[in-house]
Design a protein around this ligand. Structure first.
Ligand SMILES: *Cc1c(COP(=O)(O)O)cnc(C)c1O
Length: 380
């Protein structure tokens, strides 16, 4: 099925994507139904192995969702109540939420105006003798400057947990020219398989990656009630598992991940080219250290009211979303954790100026042209 203008334009078109791989997906799901191995079993372990091979990492531990992955990472690293964890203020709530949930202290730092990610300099300014970990977020599909962050972490003896929910499949190029998958450079990488993520399932799912075997064993145990053997509980854990049905979907979709990311990049290239001439739109920056897999295509509105444009587009049937409208430190839930006076200039500016256009793996040329012409016509 083609996305035509008769169908409403969506931010993400999961239905057309499914229809293209329907027979493979349906068969894989059918195998789980027939086997009745709904929890753990071969579908889950195969997917973990295949994802580990794809990422070039020793261990992948699947879990129930991306938020749990972050929580499990912090539990496995043995972070204790009161420990400070540095996190960007411009991110999805989950990143900081689990820090607070575990009674750790979220220390929010600013982000760069170009790539929307935090920097080693902002992190460095926030380090105290209570700091135990850094959680860089690879926002919208592009890596934070990991080499600088890792050397800072090494210097201060800090753990690095990468929130890779938005950048699975992106490549990081180290200064020595060596390439590694984003999310595999820190102590632990975490991802989400929420349906709209670049590698998404048909429900909730998540995973952690690490090259540290001991840590992997501990994460596996904590994700399964802290048990090493059935009914032998070594840690206080949680119940956080990836359903076999979701693993069945993911194992198929993993084969297409590079293709999917390339399709998103092609849409982004077209947008970039089209919007280059519009001085009031700042197109997404592409860093030299990381490929961009465009989980979102995010523009900055320069000196005009983006809400006016969003309304204008909506009237033409073109959706646009704001990721994220409010700095985390201004969220009511985080009031007990931050100073009332906290204000990070770049985060503030971005929360007021960014907006994202539809981007997905199935966008046809006519839809893309329609969106581009719609945006351009606003500035005429
Ligand atoms: C989606 C997302 C998460 C959380 O993933 P869930 O699977 O929805 O729990 C965490 N961090 C970031 C940056 C995300 O985009």
């Amino acid at each position: 099925m083609k996305t035509t203008r008769n169908e409403p334009i969506q931010m993400v078109d999961l239905k057309s994507q499914y229809l293209k791989i329907q027979s493979e997906i349906d068969q894989s799901i059918q195998e789980v139904l027939t086997s009745c191995q709904f929890i753990k079993g071969p579908k889950v372990s195969n997917f973990e192995r295949n994802l580990a091979a794809y990422l070039g990492v020793k261990q992948v531990i699947s879990c129930a969702n991306g938020t749990d992955a972050l929580q499990l990472a912090m539990m496995a690293l043995g972070l204790q109540a009161g420990d400070e964890v540095i996190v960007p203020a411009f991110t999805y709530v989950a990143t900081a939420e689990v820090i607070a949930l575990l009674k750790l202290k979220p220390v929010m730092v600013d982000v760069d105006m170009e790539d929307f990610n935090t920097t080693a300099a902002y992190i460095s300014n926030a380090i105290t003798n209570k700091t135990k970990a850094i959680v860089p977020v690879h926002l919208f599909g592009q890596s934070a400057p990991m080499e600088l962050i890792l050397s800072l972490a090494k210097e201060h003896g800090l753990f690095v947990i990468e929130d890779n929910a938005q950048a699975i499949g992106a490549d990081y190029t180290l200064t020595n020219g060596h390439q590694q998958k984003v999310g595999t450079l820190g102590d632990i990488g975490c991802t989400s398989f929420f349906p709209s993520k670049n590698l998404g399932c048909y429900g909730d799912g998540g995973a952690l990656f690490t090259n540290n075997e001991k840590l992997a064993t501990k994460i596996r145990s904590i994700a399964n009630h802290g048990q090493s053997k059935r009914y032998h509980h070594q840690f206080i854990g949680v119940n956080s598992r990836l359903d076999a049905l979701q693993a069945a979907v993911l194992d198929i979709k993993l084969k297409y991940l590079d293709q999917y990311n390339a399709a998103r990049r092609k849409v982004a290239d077209r947008y970039d080219e089209a919007f280059q001439e519009i001085s009031q739109l700042k197109t997404p920056f592409r860093s030299t250290h990381s490929t961009h897999i465009f989980h979102q295509y995010t523009l900055q509105a320069i000196d005009f009211d983006r809400n006016d444009l969003i309304q204008y587009l909506q009237d033409k049937g073109i959706p646009a979303m704001i990721y994220y409208p409010i700095p985390l430190y201004e969220q009511i839930a985080f009031a007990p954790f931050v100073s009332k006076k906290m204000s990070l200039p770049n985060t503030e500016k971005l929360c007021q100026s960014v907006f994202s256009l539809p981007i997905h793996t199935e966008m046809g040329p006519s839809t893309l042209s329609y969106i581009i012409e719609g945006v351009k016509s606003y500035f005429k």
